[in-house]
Write a protein that binds this ligand. Sequence first.
Ligand SMILES: CCCCCCCC/C=C\CCCCCCCC(=O)SCCNC(=O)CCNC(=O)[C@H](O)C(C)(C)COP(=O)(O)OP(=O)(O)OC[C@H]1O[C@@H](n2cnc3c(N)ncnc32)[C@H](O)[C@@H]1OP(=O)(O)O
Length: 239
Amino acid sequence: MNSPLPHHSATRTTAEQPDEEGVHRQRTAIAALGHEVRALVDATVRTTAAPDALLRVAEGVRGLAAQLTGRRARAEIPVVDEFPGGARMYSPVTGTGSPLAPPLKVTRLDGGVAGTCALGLAHEGPPGYGHGGISAMLLDESMGWACATAGMPGMTVSLQMRYQRPVPLEARLRVLAHVTGTEGRKVYVAGSITTEEDPSTVLAAAEGVFVSPDPEHARALFPGLRAPGGSDGGTAVGR
Ligand SMILES: CCCCCCCC/C=C\CCCCCCCC(=O)SCCNC(=O)CCNC(=O)[C@H](O)C(C)(C)COP(=O)(O)OP(=O)(O)OC[C@H]1O[C@@H](n2cnc3c(N)ncnc32)[C@H](O)[C@@H]1OP(=O)(O)O
């Protein structure tokens, strides 16, 4: 599990709620598929196979995609997720079900969070190094988690990046984020990326401002956010 926070009751619009065992089985299967699809993504950007082989695989993958039935609506919170502050199975950063995610594994630290991951060829910017947008994504997400861990889940309104050294692919990375101050609904956060091997050399650093939307605004932004129990009468925000 990638969540550093206690799990909230699921908050969503759909009526049927699988039991704990059902959610666990679903998450395990989602993560298993995510793992294999990430391996496929890696093989896809690594391969030197000939056109015939590429076309044959494309055909096979189309057949596999057709087996993934059902469609989650935009803004629908998956039954396996806890939002805000908990598991996000399909997060492009931390989601073990996401083909896009490294995935970053986040744990709570005193006053912030630490994340670990390794980037692959699919995350490449300059040859052999991570894309700057991916570094920003790792920091943005970790800084968002730091806010949530401090009890003020918020959205990024400003993210200032400093790229100091290229981030190597296929190296274990350490992403640190901590809250440096708050002012009303604003949360000031700082973060950094290093390798695990050399934690004293900062490769990328960020400073950000996050804002906790007021409850009414949050309800408008996230219509899937509802009071536990599925009632439409309230919101989990602000409790
Ligand atoms: C308790 C439950 C809460 C539920 C919500 C949970 C959210 C958590 C979400 C997900 C967690 C998962 C992990 C996330 C990690 C990744 C984060 C992302 O990728 S977030 C996507 C990218 N960011 C956006 O799309 C934001 C777009 N911006 C907005 O929608 C609005 O700005 C919003 C809702 C965030 C705030 O709008 P306003 O109307 O409530 O706030 P105003 O009054 O404009 O500003 C509040 C204060 O912030 C300052 N502010 C606004 N923008 C600023 C800026 N760019 N720089 C500095 N200060 C700024 C203002 O000056 C104001 O300060 P003064 O109160 O006057 O002192």
